[in-house]
Design a protein around this ligand. Structure first.
Ligand SMILES: O=C(O)CCC(=O)C(=O)O
Ligand SMILES: [Fe+2]
Length: 237
């Protein structure tokens, strides 16, 4: 079964993905979940036993909408994709830290990296299922949960833009050194992933590489409902 997810992830042109992430801070991935899987994961939202916590985004001023943190054991597609994506994102992360003169501490497999997180006290799982209804939105933010950070993450649109929802564009804002910020918006196709910068990334200037902080969010859902699966690669305190 894990080979299924590895194959889907391998279908991306990873050299092109790396180049685009270097250019824009984010890049679309191929279809990572089938329509059937997307519907099944969406349906899980109602089964509270599959989750460890629910967050009302308005209450924390995170925007409006709701999300739930998956509890272990994860649905196969969640665990399988997270594991298959990690080794593909790893060389990009390593190259970024190399450019920034930082120590790249991530081991070769997700399991080993999560052990590192756990030893540092970041023991709680971070995959989330988000639900946005009409009028909901996600404020620009960064998913940092402690000192241990993996610099890239993936979000998958379980809904079909233009059919299940209008609006609800993924937003990315990059703070450039000594300049105004740059914004990018992406309408993520049904079942596709988007890889994006979690905290900061190297940007080249005349003075060499410097780290540009990046934030992400979601524009207001104009109509319908939008469910997404968020895969962060570090665990939480
Ligand atoms: O719903 C989205 O597109 C983004 C959700 C999010 O903040 C995340 O995946 O970290
Ligand atoms: Fe996020």
């Amino acid at each position: 079964m894990s080979t299924t997810f590895a194959k889907r992830v391998a279908a991306a042109d990873w050299a092109a993905v790396a180049a685009e992430v270097d250019d824009l801070g984010c890049a679309l991935l191929p279809k990572l979940v089938t329509d059937k899987e997307a519907a099944a994961v969406t349906r899980l939202y109602q089964d509270v036993s599959r989750f460890r916590a629910t967050v009302d985004m308005k209450r924390y001023r995170f925007g409006e909408g709701e999300y739930r943190y998956f509890a272990e054991p994860f649905p196969e597609v969640v665990g399988g994709l997270r594991e298959a994506l990690y080794p593909r994102l790893l060389p990009i992360a390593q190259e970024w830290w190399n450019r920034l003169g930082r120590d790249a501490e991530w081991p070769d497999t997700l399991g080993e990296w999560l052990d590192v997180c756990h030893r540092a006290g970041q023991t709680r799982p971070t995959p989330i299922l988000l639900r946005y209804e009409q009028g909901d939105w996600n404020a620009l933010h960064r998913d940092l949960y402690g000192e241990k950070v993996f610099p890239l993450q993936v979000v998958i649109n379980l809904s079909q833009p233009g059919v299940d929802h209008t609006g609800g564009e993924f937003l990315l804002v990059e703070q450039r050194p000594r300049a105004q910020s740059r914004g990018t918006s992406v309408l993520i196709p049904h079942g596709h992933g988007l890889v994006f910068t979690t905290r900061d990334r190297p940007v080249k200037s005349t003075r060499g590489w410097s780290a540009s902080p990046v934030r992400h969010g979601v524009s207001t859902i104009k109509s319908g409902v939008r469910f997404t699966l968020g895969l962060v690669f570090h665990d939480a305190t």
